[in-house]
Structure formats: structure tokens, C-alpha cells
Design a binder for this molecule. Structure first.
Ligand code: 3HC
Length: 300
């Protein structure tokens, strides 16, 4: 019988980290969400506050008291910290969702390995890096695995549970049980690039960008075609933007480096250009775009 996970520390409070922390708190876990500074943590708390209201509305409808209790209960279970080492002191599970950089992840886990109790399970939410390579930084490979969530975490039902050869059966079962306690459906996958979803999704969205690049169809028509012709909730161009063009580029660049002969992993010049353009956008342009969005009556 696997040990139940009660205390969860989530490292990283970006889109994914905040979503994981939110759902863990909503489902009764004691959560500590960690980031490097107060500004990042405050931003995540705001995002969680907005999202949890949407969840409560869906869950409780007109039952205002039920919704208020759900929100305050969840928030009361969610603490924050800017000290990762201190935050893992009583964790049963640590889920890492920081920047997609192998060396940074390894450095973090090497530090946490010394500070966390021996029973603590470590997991990475990496989209495309090797779990084995990350786990190499620790002395607890039997208590290490991948827990890969999907954006938006409060809505997407899937959790990919990734085992490396050293992951013990008990650790694997604990991770699956926790996934179910989080309200997710779990699927098992080996430590293979992109696991299941991203291995299929990233080449698919890249193929859509290539279609656009060749001038075969417009972005709008590609998205409409896949929504209405294949039943996808979002078209591939919108989805690339939703996942983040920089994230898509990062994933494909990494795979291309490791597997240069795989045609589907070849970089797209259009994606390269778009990511450079976004990186070059000045603060002034961004402020003007924000103002324009607000003037259009949109929430920016
Ligand atoms: N928090 C809480 N609830 C949210 C939410 C959030 N962040 N975002 C959406 N919702 C809720 C809404 O409140 C709404 O609830 P309702 O049914 O009670 O009205 C419901 O979800 C639907 O939202 P919307 O009406 O705003 O819009 P849509 O119907 O278009 O759904 C979507 C939005 C769920 C994002 C849908 O478009 C979708 O499923 N898109 C595909 C997302 C996807 O493929 N994600 C995976 C990306 S890959 C990934 O994450 C892996 C990584 O490693 C790259």
C-alpha cells in the first residue's frame, strides 16, 4: 500500500506551478508554493484567486455560501515561500515547475535532496526534458518521477505519470493515487521525449505552422478547419500561442538537437522569427498594446 500524500510543495509559480498548487489546495492538500521573489508569488496568488472563482462558479452555481467556503478553505491550505530549501522540510511530495533548463533543475533538486525528508517523493512537470537526466542530480531515483500536467491545470483532466527505470512501484502508486486525489485521470508513460501528449501535439502544431509558412492556408482557416473538422477545442495556431511560442520553439529545438534526422522535429523559420520578434518587443510597444486592449474593453 502506497503512503498517502498530504503535504505538497510546488516549486515555481508560473502558469503551471500556480495551477498545480491551486488544484492541490482545492482537493484538500496542504500546499506550499515557492518562487524566487515576492513579486512572482503575488502574481501567482492573483492568478489563483481569479481561477478559483471560475472553478467555484462551475462547481457551486447559485450556492454562494458553498462557493465562498470552497474558496476560503482552499486559500487557507495554500501557503507561499521564497525559500525552496525550507519549504520542503515537511513535504510528502515536491513538484517542480520551474524554467525548462536542465542544469537549473538539476541544481535545484540536488539542493532539495539534502533538505527533504527521506520519504519525500520528487517529481518534475517538465514538458520535454529527460526525467532520468534530472533525477541524476539526486540520491533518491527510486522516489523520483515525472508528473506532467496540462494548461489550464484546473480544467484539463489529464496527468501523465512518468516512471524512470529506478522509480519504485510504491512511488509510482503514490503518484497515481495523488493524481486521482487531484481529480485527474492518470496515464503511464516511459521517460521518452514529450511523453504521450507533447510527442503528438508539438509536431502537430509545428506542421500547422509549416502549412501557414508555405502559404497553403490562412491561420484563421487552419484553426477553423481543425476545430470544425476534427473537433479540437482550439485550432493549432491558437493552441501554439496558448502553450507559448517560446515554449514550442524551446521544445522543438531541444528535440532537433537530439534527433537531427527526424523530419517532424525540424525547426520552423516562421516560429523562429515570431519568437525573436516577441523578444524584441519594447516595453513601450507592450504598454501601448496593453492600453489598446483595455480601450477595446478587454481584460489585459
Ligand atoms: N481556471 C479555471 N477555469 C477555467 C480556466 C482557468 N484558467 N480557463 C477556462 N476555465 C473554465 C471556464 O470558466 C469555463 O467554465 P464553464 O464551463 O463553467 O463556463 C470553461 O473552462 C471553458 O472556458 P471558456 O468558456 O473560457 O473557453 P473554452 O470553452 O474555449 O475553453 C479551454 C477554454 C478549456 C482552454 C479550451 O479552449 C481547451 O481545452 N483548449 C485546449 C487546451 C489544451 O490543449 N491544453 C493543453 C496544452 S499542452 C500543455 O499544456 C503541455 C505543456 O507541456 C506544453
Amino acid at each position: 500500500m502506497s503512503a498517502a500524500i498530504k503535504n505538497v510543495t510546488v516549486i515555481g509559480s508560473g502558469l503551471m506551478g500556480a495551477g498545480i498548487a491551486q488544484v492541490a489546495a482545492q482537493t484538500g492538500h496542504i500546499v506550499t508554493m515557492v518562487d524566487i521573489d515576492e513579486m512572482a508569488v503575488n502574481k501567482a496568488e492573483k492568478r489563483i484567486g481569479d481561477s478559483i472563482k471560475r472553478v467555484a462558479k462551475k462547481k457551486f452555481g447559485d450556492d454562494g455560501d458553498g462557493a465562498a467556503e470552497f474558496i476560503s478553505g482552499s486559500i487557507s491550505r495554500l501557503g507561499t515561500s521564497t525559500d525552496a530549501v525550507a519549504a520542503v522540510g515537511s513535504a510528502d511530495l515536491v513538484v517542480e515547475a520551474i524554467v525548462e533548463n536542465l542544469n537549473v533543475k538539476k541544481k535545484l533538486f540536488a539542493e532539495l535532496d539534502k533538505a527533504a525528508p527521506s520519504h519525500t517523493i520528487f517529481a518534475s512537470n517538465t514538458s520535454s526534458l529527460s526525467i532520468t537526466a534530472i533525477a541524476d542530480a539526486t540520491t533518491r531515483k527510486d522516489r523520483f518521477g515525472g508528473l506532467h500536467f496540462f494548461n489550464p491545470v484546473p480544467v484539463m483532466k489529464l496527468l501523465e505519470v512518468v516512471r524512470i527505470p529506478e522509480t519504485s512501484q510504491e512511488t509510482y502508486e503514490s503518484m497515481c493515487d495523488w493524481g486521482k486525489a487531484m481529480g485527474k485521470v492518470t496515464v503511464e508513460c516511459k521517460d521518452t521525449p514529450g511523453f504521450i501528449v507533447n510527442r503528438l501535439l508539438i509536431p502537430y502544431t509545428l506542421e500547422a505552422i509549416r502549412l501557414l509558412e508555405r502559404g497553403d492556408a490562412s491561420a484563421r482557416d487552419i484553426d477553423t478547419a481543425m476545430k470544425l473538422g476534427a473537433g479540437y477545442p482550439m485550432g493549432p495556431i491558437e493552441l501554439s500561442d496558448y502553450v507559448g511560442l517560446d515554449t514550442s520553439k524551446f521544445i522543438i529545438d531541444g528535440w532537433h538537437k537530439s534527433f537531427p534526422d527526424v523530419e517532424l522535429f525540424k525547426p520552423s523559420p516562421m516560429l523562429e522569427k515570431l519568437v525573436v520578434k516577441i523578444a524584441e518587443t519594447t516595453e513601450e510597444t507592450l504598454a501601448t498594446m496593453n492600453d489598446w486592449g483595455k480601450a477595446m474593453g478587454k481584460k489585459v
